[in-house]
Design a protein around this ligand. Sequence first.
Ligand SMILES: [Zn+2]
Length: 472
Amino acid sequence: MGKQISKDKVYITTAIDYANEVIHIGHAFQKVLADILARYWRMKGKKVFFLTGTDEHGANIEQKAKQEKKDPQEYVDEISSLDKEELKSLNISYDRFIRTTDQDHIQTVKWFWKRIKEKGDVYLKEFSGLYCLGCESFKTPHEIVDGKCPLHPTQDLVKVSEENYFFRWSKYEPFLKDFLRKHKDFIVPSSRYKEMINFLNQGLEDISVSRKSVKWGIPVPGKESEQVFYVWFEALMNYYTGAKNNGFWDDNTYIIHIMGKDNLRWHALLWPAILKSAELRMPDVILGHGFCSLNGQKISKSRGNFVRAKDLVEQTSQDAVRYFLAKYGPLRDDADISLEKVKKAYNSELANNLGNLIQRVCRLAEKNNCLVKKAEDLSFYSQVDNFIRDFKLDFALNFIGQKLDALNKLLDEEKPWAQSASQAQEIISQVITELRQICYNLYPFLPLSMDKALKIISQDKIKTGQPLFPRL
Ligand SMILES: [Zn+2]
């Protein structure tokens, strides 16, 4: 059964992408996922706020900008505007593109700091550890494989010894255990819920939340010339920045955070501890999806195994990429993507199955002079509602695909072309009614083409249009 949402507002956030590099297709998957949910909830009449953006501070960016002989601000300005182009190519309907260099975000971070500090939840401590620039985080001994970070095997870990502020994460261990026990659906999918419980059961250690050797960051109040906030710590607060002035962090909002599985720990365990310390409400869902590989291998720019959404859209189409990612992307488990796979899914499932049916039905309606009665209220199939609310977008598309198969079969069996005019009109009218329903259900997934399809098949007197899904 899909989750029933009684709240009037839905707040959807994606991870904010680290601005050391323009996003690739793996990041784009996450934006498509969030976009489908945002469009769905808007269609259900909820007030939706959809936040995405870029994470722009930290040593990694400082270093990248230096390599390119640019000012860090200039560097992140370029990356964030290129990221926006990527999102545009996929028709991502965000309400705000937040940047952690935005003034209101900087104010939010200072506000959090004051609250947390007054709670007695931070302290200064001399610290020494191995730091991965790629992850922008310290690595504990059991996270290091052959002296390297497994996620960044080409980079050396840096030994860092300095005085940092620490957040009393350990203090919130009992709270987090209790909260997770009471909210078994807080982390999606459930396999990742178990991962987080296991991590929690190993015990939490206080975490460094400022850096002394880094210049490119938000200065810690009172220590402006010495310390900046640790990038992870302040980046999480962007979700509150995006909602604090528009009412999307109140109790009447259903809050969904979407991120990759590598960021789950910060979102599922650190962010709730920060919120608890600041006495703010918890989010409702933390969705950690899998990773995309490309052509059977890890996506890697340095190895040339790399594609951006915009390029893939240019080689195929916006619908083709959105459809593939929603149905075959790494929603739960990791998934592989390739140009051939995107084309194959598009040609067989969109061009052949849906596109042909729309063309066939329009031609029949035109030929038989069908006057189709005005569309009654369109709605989502209850199964599609349930699947989307449970974040099973692939199941929803499967279900819609079955409806489409059944409709193709019905047309073949009823053969309106071999019937009397009145019988033909009746069959065609029935098929069009169901087809409208299918297109409506597909709208959050394929907004561009479903908008056109619904216009074509909702005319009183249908005229065949251009094919919506020309073969690739
Ligand atoms: Zn790393």
